[in-house]
Ligand binder design. Structure first.
Ligand SMILES: Cc1cc2nc3c(=O)[nH]c(=O)nc-3n(C[C@H](O)[C@H](O)[C@H](O)COP(=O)(O)OP(=O)(O)OC[C@H]3O[C@@H](n4cnc5c(N)ncnc54)[C@H](O)[C@@H]3O)c2cc1C
Length: 399
């Protein structure tokens, strides 16, 4: 398998890389400082909007959307090195308007939204003016099996009435979040995979109550956050249905292919950042008479890390190529494989870097601890490991 990119993609790679060096990394601490200085950690640090404007002006915008970018029209394979670069920083993806869950939500709207829905929600999302959330998971049921979802969507004349307890709705607390893509059951008597629908719910609808934020290993992920939300007799017009009643499961499946592969691309970027930091630190830090880098045991963990990153990247590019050439459905085994292999590799590499940093590694002075916490969640969200392993095993047995 070759990993050569066109001249256009190489140029974009250089542009994204320079942008990261010049504007993103130096402003990570500014972002954190502004968050702490504001009235609350749930208000938007001005630096992020400044950076978004800069990226937009340079055409480094919405690159995740296959063929949406007229000049570039990137495939998943071509987007991989760019997404990886963005993933090196926790604020990177948003700067380029390529952050989840908005990127996945924009893809849904593009593919399944009607003209009015696109005008109202997709346009401002593509412009980075508003944000959105994806509301599926529920505390009371095992949500890795989406057929368990209980939240109800009941038709009442020309409106739907929505009742549900949801949690882990990423982005819902962000004051810029204006719309939720809500998944619930609209017909309990339909076939198992046709009971669910997706409905657009404006976040200011009466009855939408953000109950609390959910920290990740103590990180609040402000100002974006993950919310528990209760929907109490929320009413939306029937025209807010996405695609058709009973198509929620189908839409969720379509969303997950690109969503998972993008998570993996970013996780490789996080691992690259970690190995780079690890090497720099190992060259500078002296213990027991020599730098850490001079010790064979450290060389060994650097080597293990390089092997794991490159394996993870090749597997991801392979999955991306298969998605591009045969579609997400045909590539489901490859997508499941990277969803297992890449978070594992990324967690291993970041963990080794933390070890080499000693006490400094677990502080917020370096991005390692935050990246580790993020990478660890990838073994749970968008399908936990066990479900992907089951699917890979099943497909292999079938073969
Ligand atoms: C940081 C973060 C962000 C998230 N963002 C969103 C979001 O924006 N929107 C949203 O709707 N959800 C979101 N989620 C929720 C996430 O998608 C769910 O947590 C995930 O799907 C698992 O569902 P669950 O938590 O109900 O776990 P459960 O379904 O209860 O599963 C628990 C465990 O059971 C085991 N298990 C499950 N099935 C099997 C099986 N077949 N065989 C063996 N073992 C099995 C696995 O170990 C699994 O981890 C987010 C989660 C996190 C942590």
């Amino acid at each position: 398998m070759h990993t050569i990119f066109s001249e256009g993609v190489e140029k974009l790679k250089q542009d994204v890389e320079s942008f990261m060096e010049e504007f993103v990394y130096p402003n990570e601490s500014v972002y954190e400082k502004q968050l702490n200085e504001g009235n609350s950690r749930w208000s938007i640090p001005p630096i992020i909007e400044e950076l978004k404007n800069k990226a937009k002006q340079r055409g480094l915008w919405n690159l995740f959307l296959p063929n949406a970018h007229e000049e570039t029209g990137l495939s998943n394979y071509e987007y991989a090195p760019l997404c990886e670069l963005m993933g090196r920083s926790l604020i990177g993806p948003e700067v380029f308007n390529c952050n989840p869950p908005d990127s996945g939500n924009m893809e849904i709207l593009l593919r399944y939204g009607n003209h009015e829905q696109k005008e109202k929600w997709l346009k401002p999302l593509l412009a980075g003016e508003i944000r959105s959330c994806f509301v599926m998971t529920e505390p009371q049921v095992a949500s890795s099996d989406a057929t368990n979802i209980e939240g109800s969507i009941q038709r009442d004349g020309e409106e739907y009435v929505i009742n549900a307890k949801k949690w882990w709705s990423t982005g819902a607390i962000d004051p810029r979040c204006k719309v939720a893509i809500f998944m619930g059951k609209s017909d309990k008597h339909a076939l198992k995979h046709e009971q669910q629908s997706m409905v657009l719910v404006p976040m200011d609808s009466p009855g939408v109550k953000i109950v609390r934020y959910l920290p990740v290993f103590g990180y609040d992920h402000a100002p974006i956050g993950h919310a528990e939300i209760h929907f109490e007799n929320v009413r939306v017009p029937v025209s807010n249905i996405l695609y058709k009643e009973g198509k929620g499961f189908e839409i969720a499946q379509a969303r997950l292919g690109p969503g998972r592969i993008h998570h993996c691309m970013r996780a490789i970027g996080a691992a690259e950042r970690a190995i780079e930091l690890l090497c720099k630190r190992a060259k500078e830090r002296i213990a027991f008479g020599s730098t850490l880098a001079e010790k064979d045991v450290i060389k060994e963990i650097i080597a293990e890390s390089r092997i794991e990153i490159d394996q993870a990247r090749l597997l991801t590019l392979h999955a991306a190529h298969k998605m591009d050439s045969e579609g997400a459905k045909a590539a489901r085994k490859e997508i499941a494989m990277i969803k297992i292999a890449v978070p594992r590799a990324s967690i291993n590499v970041i963990d080794r870097a933390i070890q080499v940093f000693g006490g400094a590694g677990v502080t917020e002075d370096f991005p390692l601890a935050a990246h580790w916490a993020n990478a660890r969640t990838l073994r749970i969200l968008d399908g936990p490991d066990q479900v992907h392993l089951r699917d890979i095993g099943r497909l292999e047995l079938k073969k």
